[in-house]
Design a protein around this ligand. Sequence first.
Ligand code: HEM
Length: 446
Amino acid sequence: MNTEPLPMATPQTGLVVLREMARSHWSPLAALAVMRAKVGPIFQINLPGFHPAVYTGPEANRTILVTDREQLSWRNETDPVVQLLRRGVLVVDGAEHDKVRGIMDPPLHRRNVLPHIPAFWQYTDQVTAAWQAGETHDMLVEMRKLALLILVGTTFKVDFAPDMARMWQPILDLIEYISPGLWIVWPGAPAKAKHKRAAAVMDDYLYTIIRRRREELAASGAEPEDGDLLGKLIAAPEMTDDLIRDQLLTMLIAGHDTSTALLAWVLYLLGVHSTARQAVVAEVDAVIGAGDAPPTIEQINRLDFLDQVIKETLRLYPPIHVGNRRMPQEQALCGYRVGEGTRVMYSIYLSHRDPEHWRDPDAFCPARFARGSEEKVPPFTYVPFGGGPRNCIGAAFAQVEARTVLARLFQRFHFDLLDGERVHAHMGATLEPRPGVKMWVTPRRG
Ligand code: HEM
């Protein structure tokens, strides 16, 4: 094979990495940034028990997401996410993936998501109804409640409110289970008892939903509507209850934890950047006004500045900051030799902050996404939703959801950030603002 070995850090660079990590509360993101700066856009991490190949930049992203995607597998058998989601669309390969994705794609097309706008609006009201004037709330918690109500309410057509309290801790435990942990250096580490218990509670919840919907659909004899994801899964003859459980759990986790992080990061960034916050409020007032009626599709489409804020937030804090693959046999990838079984990661976070492609990459600057902006980056430099045939199935859903929820929040409330200096990016299952986004919330109108 006429290829180079993957570049690694020299002992000197290793020391710089350690120094930077110590300076930034042991953040692995700081370590990755030093590796990118000192070793280059493609490198191998060499820690005891952990040697993934890390790829960054537009060429590498295109190779992994499109050109050479079939040389790589998504499934890494011992990863907790695979143990949990079993045959979920996120963690299966080849024809098996394409078949399930073919069933799940249409209900999540933009045209089938837009009719959910009134539901996104009303669920926002449902969460904020519990806020009293002048209280402080953690937006990481509030946005998780909202994202769960929305995801389960619109894609499963089940009201999550009665189960929220009972399911809250199991959901957090399952997210912890799939977050980076001991399993990274000890593949196949056994699940903790609390994770097993959480999975059992979740299974009970999901199988009950599936059984009920099967009975309802059989009794009515009606075809599920276009946007009814659970209905479409049940109507597909090849989908057993076990396979549907795997898809529902995939949607529940991938579809709410990401939106939670995005919404919380937007509120945090607008809490820090008051000029941008004022511009969002002015735009919402001009386009939507003060009324309680849900906005039209046309109004949602006109929230240009809010859209730039959402895009810039996804650039700085991509909720999925890295995509994981596995190299099934030794092969060349972008001219470097990658050994059999190596974990391959494309770092969305590093691509989004690459000084070679972005002007002032660490600065919050929504205008870089304005129509006609002079800042142009090559395709596949900005990949918050991945790319190619296995891009995020919920990309349209997440963007319409974010615009509608944020428009309603800023139409009705003033948000003041408290303890903003303590907020840092934490690498859990998603990139989250920890320890949370504490905000002082006051209604704008009497
Ligand atoms: C801000 C919100 C979101 C972000 C940033 C995001 C990001 C991503 C990314 C980067 C990928 C590709 C990962 C890779 O290449 O390895 C992905 C895949 C996926 N996302 Fe999302 N996502 C979001 C919201 C959602 C929502 C709302 C849903 C469900 C309604 C969803 C369901 C999925 C699924 C099922 C996949 C796997 C697709 C496949 O492999 O065919 N995501 N997401």
